[in-house]
Design a protein around this ligand. Structure first.
Ligand SMILES: Cc1cc2nc3c(=O)[nH]c(=O)nc-3n(C[C@H](O)[C@H](O)[C@H](O)COP(=O)(O)O)c2cc1C
Length: 194
């Protein structure tokens, strides 16, 4: 499988999710899969909030876009096409204030594109990304994954499902502010068992 790696912590060496994505990457590579692309969302100049030109550009046919809209949509086109081309995903999802980080949410707004990752049909929107596999590492400081205030897991399950990605494995690296070593060890075990 061609795998896209997505890091969404601004932290580098100190990041729990980044370290665990390294473990997951090694695991998948040892099984013959290849990491063919990587996005480090806090360090990627395509991952920006955007302005009116981008969002008006989304809803304007390409041959009718202004030059400003074309330029504003270009980064999103690249990210969305790259996402659609991958066969599998490894995604780091640190919890910030009970949801995903701003970097991950911004990326989601960039790759969720009608005509690329989903389509509007008369009966409603339908995901275009079929037969893909996603692994998501959810890292938290004090909120248990699966608790009623964990909005990361259900949100990502819903979003990925919206795009057609229903085969999703969540790896919990939670409560690292309570016991960091235990949190990482538990998640590592889960990855090694994949
Ligand atoms: C701005 C900010 C908000 C956070 N909000 C939460 C939270 O709502 N619940 C929680 O359990 N941990 C929270 N944390 C802790 C992080 O989830 C935790 O440090 C986790 O390991 C982050 O992933 P990372 O180490 O890969 O960056 C927050 C941390 C920061 C910096």
């Amino acid at each position: 499988m061609n795998v896209l790696r997505i890091d969404s912590s601004p932290l580098k060496e100190a990041s729990v999710s980044r370290g665990l994505l390294d473990v997951l990457q090694n695991k998948l590579e040892s099984q013959g899969h290849e990491i063919t692309s990587k996005r480090d969302l806090y360090y990627d100049d395509k991952v920006t909030l955007g302005s009116q030109d981008r969002y008006m550009g989304y809803f304007t046919p390409a041959d009718q876009q202004s030059d400003a809209q074309k330029a504003a949509v270009a980064g999103s086109n690249e990210l969305a096409l790259e996402f659609a081309a991958a066969e599998a995903y490894i995604i780091a999802a640190p919890m910030y204030n009970f949801g995903v980080t701003a970097g991950l949410k911004t990326y989601i707004d960039l790759i969720s594109r009608a005509g690329i990752s989903f389509n509007y049909l008369p009966e409603g929107p339908v995901g275009l990304l079929k037969d893909k596999k996603a692994y998501v590492v959810v890292s938290t400081g004090g909120t248990p994954v699966g608790s009623e205030v964990d909005f990361v897991t259900p949100y990502l399950r819903t979003f990925l499902g919206f795009l057609g990605i229903t085969d999703v494995t969540f790896i919990a690296a939670d409560l690292s502010n309570v016991n960091r070593e235990e949190s990482i060890a538990k998640a590592t075990q889960q990855i090694e068992a994949l």
